[in-house]
Ligand binder design. Sequence first.
Ligand code: HEC
Length: 272
Amino acid sequence: MARDRGELNREGFARYKDDVRKEGKPFFPYGLFHDTVMSLVVVGVIVALAIIWYVDADGTEAGILGPWYAPPAEPGTTEFIPRPDWYFYFLFYLLRIFKWPESVFIATVGIPTICLILLIGLPFYDRRRERHPLRRPVAMTAALLTVVAMGVLTWKGATAREALGSELVLAVPEWAERQGFADNAEAVRGAELFAQSGCMNCHVYLGEGNANLGAPDLSAIGETNDATYFVQYLTNPAAFGNNVMGSYAYLGEENLAALGEFLASSKGPAGD
Ligand code: HEC
């Protein structure tokens, strides 16, 4: 009773040829017409979006889709947090799930390569003629899982917040202890700001952080000046001949005062 696969394939192919003869339409002009209309629709949508983006009803150099221009890029910044375009959020989040360096290879090379091989091999292992979605449970489940996984990863990637400096903040109690400013709440708050504001991309503090661009170790900087001086310094480093550090005036007076208090309280670890 079992007919072999070749016979089934030949039968299917004959049926296909038959269909083409009875119902098929030549590519010219039918297919060409379809393609032309569809291309025009796509180009039309792009042109329409460009016009909507450009139309500026109130003279603010911004249409309803957003501003014409974003602020100019700042090449000297050390606090920029790079974010991918939205359609890469799923990959972006996939990379966050895997931790450097042990398993990152799985996310960057392993999973994408396996998926590509499966896709390239598709015509060789999926050889049934059946195309009805309900009669292709494996393929449909795989497709659905892929869409759901990418959707969830995109959403997670879009809402993920960078834990900038969060690990450095964990060191604050130890700093307060060693520097002896644990009772000074403002200095402790300043220390947290210091850990979170990117200062340690350039400065070393009690052996942590990086020494970059000639920035001094700040562990005992409180020996040299007082809080008022540091607030002025951070507000406008350029006025003190420091053209490497950007101004931190944007942190606001209260935060600057806390930072100043922290720096002034940093007189080097007691007993060292
Ligand atoms: C881009 C690198 C960079 C970043 C980020 C940075 N600094 Fe600096 N900072 C420097 C450099 C370089 C100097 C030394 C300038 C000089 O010697 O004239 C300096 C000097 C200082 C000084 C003066 C030291 C002295 O001898 O008087 C203080 C205080 C200071 N930084 C605090 C901070 C704080 C607080 C932050 C974060 C809010 C910060 N810096 C972020 C590069 C940086």
